[in-house]
Design a binder for this molecule. Sequence first.
Ligand code: URA
Length: 434
Amino acid sequence: MDFLDLLLKKRDGGKLTSEEIDWIVRNYVDGEVPDYQMSALLMAIYFNGMDGQETKSLTESMANSGGTLDLSRVTGFKVDKHSTGGVGDSVSLVLSPLVASLGMKIGKLSGRGLGHTGGTIDKLESIPGFQVDLSNEEFVSAVEDKGLAIMEHTLDLVPADQKLYALRDVTGTVESLPLIISSIMSKKIACSPDGVVLDVKVGKGAFMKSMDDATALGRGCREVGELFGLNVTALVTDMNQPLGNSAGNALEVEEAIRVLKGDVESDLAEVSINLAAELYLQSGGIDSLAGAVEEARRRITSGDALEKFSDMVEGQGGDPRIIDDFGFLPGAENERTVYASGSGYVEEVDALKVGRAAGALGAGRKEKGDVIDPGVGVRIEKRVGDEAHEGDPLARIYYNDDADLDRAVTLMEEAYSVADEKPEERELIKRRIR
Ligand code: URA
């Protein structure tokens, strides 16, 4: 086969066969196809799309591009969760101990943050001593014995996605439905869990800006999952404002612990509880969604989920004192407050700008390999719908280095808009795709 012929075929609106797609993926992973040619193909896919068969073939070839995670030794109902990426989104830190407290098993492979979105691995690494690079044996044993473990996604698993994602990130080809579906589902298929939930974010701070696109993504993932025998439920959730009140690694760990200590009224708790409830329903442990939500909420208020979190922290070498005393988490030396310049109601807290502000302070990476500062970030004091008077604190900025402080302050000021009218209440969980 010749790459250029396949590229021209796709550019001109043709359909690639399974063999052709498999050849492309294998040769790209092996380094036989250069990035510049692959970039052109990604752009052709971005504009011309892929049909169901092509998307399935791409997913399968990517899933088979490296090793697989063998959790067959783990007993019970094994689950996995994936988010399409948001700001202030520490759901994995709440959901993992929560599902373990409901009797399910979760072995989660997570990534680092890139761009304006955070990554679970960076957040966990802000806990002093926490190990994210477990051996397969340590990981599988932790999942079996404690019910949960989270470690870093290794290059060995689905290398096609790691290479392609990095290339898409710098070639303007992230926001393509077949490319996102194959990226997400190849990683799920390589781990073969019994149940999967997807948190498909929609809104300004998300890849999917419209409900139609977010719904198509959820449905597409579900359909591809079904072809490979995976049970997938997707929730479409709001990302027009940050999910939690914090953006920054240690700050988000602290916020997740507050939820696990019983703060179940927040948006972060609501999304985590509903995702856990969907998995509980899939597991057959209960037969109604309302009952599953109630039980998940109870596992938080009873302290069971917090106990599982503590088990994970200790099991992976982290300092458990962070749970009772946030002073053991890394912090920032300086604080700057952003005040309301007028009075009214908060109409918007632009999640993208909040994420960028945290990134500017050093909480995120501009490029792969950048060193991050785990103690910095921003905390939102007012959310959409809250009343604000001139001079009220809207947000606080925690920083160590003031090199990009002005940019972060400007971004936070721009993130907020305050209007006379109270905005209509937004639904947090917008759609369930089962
Ligand atoms: N999350 C993924 O894992 N892949 C994408 O392409 C987008 C979001």
